[in-house]
Ligand binder design. Structure first.
Ligand SMILES: CC(C)(COP(=O)(O)OP(=O)(O)OC[C@H]1O[C@@H](n2cnc3c(N)ncnc32)[C@H](O)[C@@H]1OP(=O)(O)O)[C@@H](O)C(=O)NCCC(=O)NCCS
Length: 148
């Protein structure tokens, strides 16, 4: 399995995953995103030095993606957003994405990883907890944090 950098060719696939009903339910903005808005957003993120987007491939099939947004000026804190292709969920890829991003984060000099998860998102909570993240509850949102 390979975790590679995303590029513009991945834009439509990521939009398809993002507009899937389960992804929308588990996202902080649940509305469907248009291709036009997505392409604008995606190209902006790819050219932003504070944002790193990766695709997980298994035997050359894209099975998930994970994004790291750098939150601080020193580049030490990375916030995770991730999703698995709808047809590949429940097969362990979520945990693999969280595992694999740690090496990339260390290479970038990141020492703290965080992720925000809706309290009802059982699969994501299990992924973060299995990877050793600590949880802080803030109403219906859980904030996960891990020191690398
Ligand atoms: C959340 C997500 C990334 C998890 O990835 P995944 O590959 O499906 O998860 P895994 O297969 O690694 O499963 C993790 C655990 O959750 C459990 N699980 C998976 N889907 C579940 C579901 N719908 N309900 C309850 N538990 C579920 C698995 O059985 C597994 O439990 P175990 O570790 O005790 O065996 C993926 O489901 C997804 O992309 N969801 C939509 C987008 C999203 O929610 N992104 C995260 C936002 S914070």
């Amino acid at each position: 399995m390979e975790l590679r950098c995303a590029n513009m060719d991945d834009a439509e696939l990521i939009l398809k995953w993002r507009n899937d009903a389960d992804t929308r339910r588990n996202s902080f903005s649940e509305k469907e995103i248009t291709l036009e808005d997505h392409l604008k957003w995606f190209s902006g993120r790819l050219s932003d030095s504070g944002c790193h987007i990766f695709i997980l491939e298994n035997e050359e099939k894209a099975v998930g993606n994970i994004r790291l947004d750098i939150l601080d000026d020193e580049g030490k804190i990375g916030e995770i957003s991730y999703m698995v292709a709808p047809e590949c969920r429940g097969q362990g890829y979520g945990g693999i994405l969280l595992q694999r991003i740690e090496d990339k984060a260390r290479e970038m000099g990141i020492s703290i990883l965080t992720g925000l998860v809706k309290a009802e998102n059982i699969a994501s909570k299990k992924c973060f907890e299995k990877q050793g993240y600590a949880a802080a509850f803030a109403g219906t949102i859980i904030s996960y944090i891990k020191l690398l």
